[in-house]
Design a binder for this molecule. Structure first.
Ligand SMILES: Cc1ncc(COP(=O)(O)O)c(C=O)c1O
Length: 423
């Protein structure tokens, strides 16, 4: 007779793998019912597996390893002949729950969760590129992505060229025979420039390159890059997927054939997502659309108000009709998101004075939080760029970025007005 596992006889049922002897109680009926479900339903229900305890909210499986019924089962699991959990660097039920839910929302075949957004970007690069390959990357991506390419990927023989996000002829001109990947964020940080997904997908197809989109600013609630035919979507889950600034995490999504490569790298190198963080993100996804709509509505109201302030020279928000990316953003996005930036009259001193006079807004570089954040890009998020690079990217000394949270918009305006009074 088989020796029962000593930490609970339902472990294998929880994994819900095809060959699992006891099926997850809810998995099959829920999966069938969700086939035609809307995004709102998927955000709350997709990926849930329920243990024999009958918990309603998703359980957190804080375990590094799993026990086997007997030595033969251990051998079968290790050889891959039997599906099921072995070790949490390979699989974890809570992490899988998050992966299935975000994949359902993005419309992806497969998702691979990672320990941070940068880990998702690194894992995608290292799994899918090799020495001698070349990447064309938008100049307007998160600064650490540029550092990763210039300081680290370059050491291993992967070169890159930076191009302005919205200059399609620059993308085309930068592609060489060894180019394997095109990488961008849209809208961009902090000037909200917009990349043309339809045009870039056709360029990627024509040149046989993989198109990777960091969808962190919009999330699938506002923009679904797979609907345009992109190959890979990346998220820093740390931002809006969490939504309350609590946990670090990331995810790469795409066709199974590509994600199997990324998964292989993550399992071997180890930048896995913690089960606790996966649970935080699962809960974040349940309210994602409602939050993104609220962030967008408040950011729009703030952008319009900022335009009327005498000390504000220019506001950058794709929701404004005079913004260069407005009509493209209208086509690609359901709303314009929570991040905007503006230039105050003067220079660094005036910008710092506005920031230092606020009392409610948090002075921090993070975004995607219920709490509104304010930052001076030229001396923080973009400080590593040279002065010339900053000026080419439009990051002037008088620029301030605000990631609008969920506080009452009148309180956010009043806090900024406090700062404007002194300029
Ligand atoms: C657009 C974007 N992508 C990626 C990242 C990196 O994510 P993480 O900080 O989770 O590593 C960030 C972080 O701010 C970001 O803003």
């Amino acid at each position: 007779m088989n020796k029962p596992p000593n930490t609970g006889k339902n472990d294998s049922a929880i994994d819900g793998g095809k060959d699992s002897p006891k099926k997850n109680v809810l998995e099959n009926p829920v999966k069938q019912a969700l086939e035609n479900a809307s995004m709102d339903t998927l955000a709350v229900r997709a990926g849930q597996r329920r243990s024999a305890e009958g918990e309603h909210s998703e359980a957190i499986f804080m375990t590094s390893s799993y026990v086997f019924a007997n030595a033969a089962e251990a051998a079968a699991r290790f050889s891959g002949k039997q599906k099921g959990n072995v070790y949490s660097r390979y699989t974890n039920p809570t992490v899988r729950n998050f992966e299935e839910r975000i994949a359902a929302l993005e419309g992806a075949e497969q998702a691979v969760a990672t320990s941070s957004g940068m880990a998702a970007i690194l894992s995608t690069f290292l799994a899918l590129l090799k020495s001698g390959d070349h990447i064309v990357c938008s100049r307007d991506v998160f600064g650490t992505t540029t550092v990763l390419l210039n300081n680290y990927l370059a050491k291993f023989g992967v070169s890159s060229t930076a191009v302005p996000l919205s200059d399609l002829s620059a993308w085309e001109a930068a592609i060489k025979p060894e180019t394997k990947m095109l990488f961008l964020e849209t809208p961009s940080n902090p000037l909200c420039e917009v990349g043309d997904l339809t045009a870039l997908v056709s360029l990627a197809k024509k040149t046989n390159t993989l198109l990777v989109v960091d969808n962190c600013f919009c999330t699938p609630a506002l923009q679904r890059p797979f609907d345009y035919g992109v190959d890979i979507v990346i998220h820093s889950a740390t931002k809006y997927l969490d939504g309350q600034g609590r946990s670090m995490g990331g995810v790469a999504l795409g066709r199974a054939e590509l994600m199997e490569e990324v998964l292989g790298f993550v399992r071997s190198a180890g930048p896995t997502m913690s089960p606790f963080n996966a649970w935080v993100f699962l809960k974040g996804l349940e309210t994602l659309r409602l939050r993104m709509e609220a962030h967008s509505a408040s950011a729009m109201a703030l952008a319009l108000w900022l335009q009327e302030q005498a000390v504000v020279e220019k506001v950058f928000y794709a929701g404004l009709e005079d913004h260069q990316g407005h009509s493209l953003a209208r086509q690609q996005q359901r709303a314009f998101g929570g991040v905007l930036s503006f230039r105050v009259a003067g220079g660094r001193q005036e910008a710092w004075q506005v920031i230092d006079s606020t009392r409610i807004l948090s002075l921090t570089a993070n975004l995607g939080d219920a709490k509104t954040t304010i930052v001076h890009p030229a001396t923080t998020t973009h400080a590593r760029l040279t002065e010339q690079e900053r000026s080419a990217a439009g990051i002037t000394e008088n620029l301030i970025r605000v990631a609008v949270g969920l506080e009452a918009i009148e309180d956010i305006k009043a806090d900024l007005a406090r700062g404007f009074a002194g300029v």
